[in-house]
Design a binder for this molecule. Sequence first.
Ligand code: DLL
Length: 440
Amino acid sequence: MPKDTTNCRILSPEYESLEREKLESLQGKRLHDTVKHVYENVPMYKERMDALGVTPDDIKTIDDITKLPFTDKPDLRDHFPDGLFAVPRKEIVRVQGSSGTTGKPIVSGYTQNDIDVWTEMVARALAAAGCTDEDTIQITYGYGLFTGGLGVHQGASKLGATVVPMSSGNTQRQIMMLKELGATMMCCTPSYATLIGETIREMGIDPSELKLKSGCFGAEPWTAEMRNNLEGLLDFNAFDIYGLTEIGGPGVAFECTEKCGMHINEDHVIAEIINPETGEHMPDSTPGELVFTTITKTGQPMIRYRTHDICTITKEKCACGRTTARMGRITGRSDDMIIVRGVNVFPSQIESVIVQIEGVAPHYMLVVGRENSSDTLEVQIELKEDMLSDTVSDIENLRNKISEQIKSVVGVSAKVTIVPPKTLPRFEGKAKRVIDNRKL
Ligand code: DLL
């Protein structure tokens, strides 16, 4: 552990260190209340529960959760934008979002209660990383619909820290502010933190000239090696933080100083690990798909929401004193989503762009890589045979058009490469349209 961790603390021991039996009984009660709330207010849940012959009164303990139907990203898309709101629109005080599967964003509506719950979850994560009112925290997650910037901002403000709301980008300026304002904490994606660390070294700045002691990094998968590298670059403590828009944003789970898994805020969510093929529960510490049910949200509660993130969960007590279950690093996805520079990208979004463009065939391949600690995305697309006679400038125009459309629909810039007809692989079974060379 490279830096002082004396301020790292358990913010709400009454929940974070609650005896498991009491915690699970609290979860059961909150689950019942949430199920009753969505049954009475969200037609989709009522229809699905009626179809299964389940009523809110059948849900009394956490073990009853398996009686409930799963939800998934397409449900959010099909009910976009507010079909899953469980309260009148006037009670929704915020909407946050992330990219969906076909260009429509995934949005989540928050009541003031939901913002307070989320703020508490992030505050616990930051407190576990040592944040107090003595700290200055530079927030380099994007602000906007993405939950990273505002989410961490709220949590840091609750702890009374001095917030520097930089948002992402402009690395030189980030570094200048880190130095001048003397931030003791920094929060962003791990790949951007690495880029900042490398740039600092290239500029000849010694990390001891900065005051950084720790940071919470997440929104994309990273490895133990990436953490070691980052901690070495900036001589500080790098903690993992996990979350997703649908469940609340960052802070759903977070690391403590033991750095052996992320504590799930179980008084606010119930986590399950299922076999993605059968939907059945997997034993403790066995990898499977993570599923969340929110049990304190009122605006847009989610019941058995399939994250498609693959990881393990253990309920063994942690040496830090918290009793909450811990999830391991995300090791993969049970769908084809990839995260490029912090943006969730689905091959189907790119496909939806390609099929609308004349001159190219609906065959494509996404190649993801990493250069200078930043993700790269190349989209290879086949030219149609009847376009072969076109001039170089026609093809260049086509390439630019596709590139612009991808940027506007998906939200990331990609290098578009037009390849000759019939050169990309064809698939007999499930198409494999992503080559990820990042070795995450
Ligand atoms: O990425 C929320 C967030 C912001 C988390 C800032 C942490 C820090 P979405 O844009 O909805 O929300 O993307 C959620 O990102 O299902 C995972 O696949 C991935 N993800 C998030 N945190 C981690 C992490 C935010 N620590 C999706 N490790 C999730 C690995 C992560 N993957």
